[in-house]
Design a protein around this ligand. Sequence first.
Ligand SMILES: O=P(O)(O)OC[C@H]1O[C@H](OP(=O)(O)OP(=O)(O)O)[C@H](O)[C@@H]1O
Ligand SMILES: O=c1cc[nH]c(=O)[nH]1
Ligand SMILES: [Mg+2]
Length: 211
Amino acid sequence: MALHVVSHPLVQHKLGLLREHGISTKSFREIVSEVGTLLTYEATKDLPLETAAITGWEGSPIEVQHIKGKKITVVPILRAGLGMLDGVLQLIPAAKVSVVGLERNEETLEPIPYFEKLVGNIGERLSLVVDPMLATGGSMIATIDMLKNAGCTHIKAIVLVAAPEGVAATLAAHPDVEIFTAALDSHLNEKGYIVPGLGDAGDKIFGTVIR
Ligand SMILES: O=P(O)(O)OC[C@H]1O[C@H](OP(=O)(O)OP(=O)(O)O)[C@H](O)[C@@H]1O
Ligand SMILES: O=c1cc[nH]c(=O)[nH]1
Ligand SMILES: [Mg+2]
């Protein structure tokens, strides 16, 4: 299945904390990162392993499992995706980072690209795209378009909250992509915000709206 809703109790508890009205910038930022770590654990559970021979603690040769290839790039979508980046890198500290910048026009809901800096040899890497919110799907689809245009063939999306509209649009445009989320919420409101959602995740992470 291309949509994975992660029902782990730690994920669901932390998501509930994020939904609280009036949550502080500090708490929101910390918990977004923590949930980013937990979702990464799920999204990487099928990474291929290979057997390696090492010398064990008593000096004899033993076989262990290593992750094969280790070629991953994390792709935060500016700005809000940066809030998940450290949490993802907690588990994959050697990953390369490809940054894309997209801002949704709040009238038309169309994503406006403004930055793209992808790592080299992206065709050999698994891309983990991170963004807290998958609303209409426009930003995610445009990001995946960029990655595929650069030669990437293996892409997973990790989001905190997804709207059914965004999941449907993303999977229609890119059926090969897997989406991992802590929640599949009810719907989008008339302004394109996810309900119940989290509000404006970028503003909450960066503290750009004073409450
Ligand atoms: O699925 P969509 O309808 O495209 O909406 C989701 C996008 O909107 C938000 O970013 P925003 O454009 O607010 O930019 P920001 O991260 O700089 O706040 C969010 O972080 C996603 O990138
Ligand atoms: O609900 C939403 C939709 C888009 N962007 C957000 O930050 N939140
Ligand atoms: Mg925003």
